[in-house]
Ligand binder design. Structure first.
Ligand code: CU
Length: 140
């Protein structure tokens, strides 16, 4: 069972233990190869889970990323999974965890949408539609 509802400009998708709140993709001009998607991931279960995979038609490759501080410089790196502690909400945001879109097949223009499917370690897949927004922050 999967449902998607739009409330207050924040699209929410829910499936099994997982609620995806307020997903959005970063707008990028034509010719820009990469972008990122952010959201809040809530784990309703009493056990820890993890996001292990994301897929989207808009990019050649989709990776899970985090930012790490290396000698005072923030660098992003791929991670195998994004841990979701029991009962908690983890925020994917600029400068932290994000879903990286690499090799965009199309420009991501404000007010359009990106469809994304998220797969969790126990097998659940949640389909999310993320509005595209302009973001001022310098990092993915
Ligand atoms: Cu990244």
């Amino acid at each position: 069972m999967h449902k998607t509802v739009a409330t207050d400009n924040a699209v929410t998708a829910e499936h099994g233990f997982f609620i995806v709140k307020a997903p959005y993709a970063r707008a990028v001009p034509p010719g820009q190869p990469n972008s990122a998607v952010f959201m809040q991931l809530q784990n309703k279960d009493r056990q820890a889970h993890a996001l292990v995979k994301a897929v989207s038609q808009v990019a050649e490759v989709v990776e899970l990323h985090n930012h790490v501080n290396e000698g005072g410089i923030m660098k992003m790196r791929q991670v195998a999974q994004i841990d979701l502690p029991a009962g908690e909400t983890v925020e994917l945001k600029p400068g932290g965890f994000h879903i990286m879109l690499i090799g965009l097949k199309q420009a991501l223009q404000p007010n359009a949408r990106v469809d994304l499917s998220l797969t969790f370690e126990e097998g659940t897949t949640v389909t999310v539609t993320a509005p595209i927004k302009e973001i001022v922050a310098p990092m993915h």
